[in-house]
Write a protein that binds this ligand. Sequence first.
Ligand code: 2NE
Length: 272
Amino acid sequence: MDWNTVDTLKFEDILYHQAEGIARITINRPEVHNAFRPETVRELIDAFHHAHHDPGVGVIILTGAGGRAFCSGGDQRVRGEEGYRDGGGTQHLNVLDLQRQIRTLPKPVVAMVAGWCIGGGHVLHLVCDLTIAADNARFGQTGPKVGSFDAGYGAGLLARTIGLKKAKEIWFLCRQYDARAALEMGLVNTVVPLEELEEETLQWCRDMLALSPMALRLIKAGFNADIDGLTGIQELAGNATGLFYQTPEGQEGRNAFLEKRPPDFRRFPRRP
Ligand code: 2NE
């Protein structure tokens, strides 16, 4: 695949590439196994925002540079007493915003995982819709070891994905699991040799790009609505509103308001 850069996007910690309707977002800090600092997360949020709003993008890949790590979580070197310190000294847990963004983004997001996928990095792959793993991938949580935890999406989604007992094992013991074990527990969708990782991921993306974008969008929202409470229902119902706007019935309300007349909905069927 010949990836293109986007001239308007300038990043320090990440890379953004695009081709064939696929956006590839890469955490580019291989010297720390792609650990994220607040600036990394801010750039990831900007990149996902761009891919979300680009009508030329149908599927998004999240990955890490270097082949030795997807992401090793929060950069412990900038961890302060209240969160992760940015260059200006403000402390954040802004990765939680990124998790919600990936989850609610109405396009499939695929984690392409080589090497370490650990801590907050593990939560990032978990919030992605699908995970394609290389045979060198290693998964795990370290929170209780390094004085941290993610009891929100990190724990809840893991339990929903692989079951409560196994999720508690992963968080309570902080062990590491290889790609084969991850596949067996349903944590990833497939495992391929490292040298085939990108081609396999692209094939999955191409397969989704051949399908109805609206159907994929609503299926994603539906899966989320099942477990996200009112915000999940908001997402699903927002799609219904968007579809309703496209109908003559929805447009009659707007037209009547603009034409300063009472709306006439009598011609619209009351469907069984
Ligand atoms: C990932 C792991 C197991 C790899 O071990 P190994 O032995 O293969 O590599 P090594 O030597 O530990 O790492 C290579 C370099 O990357 C740095 C290391 O310090 C080392 O640097 P140098 O000594 O060569 O200078 N590095 C790796 N991970 C880093 C990190 N997260 N922050 C800063 N530098 C890092 C091993 O490296 C490991 O266990 N890493 C730490 C994983 C971790 O505990 N992450 C944070 C979890 S908490 C979190 O992410 C979080 C959350 O729970 C809630 C909200 C937000 C974030």
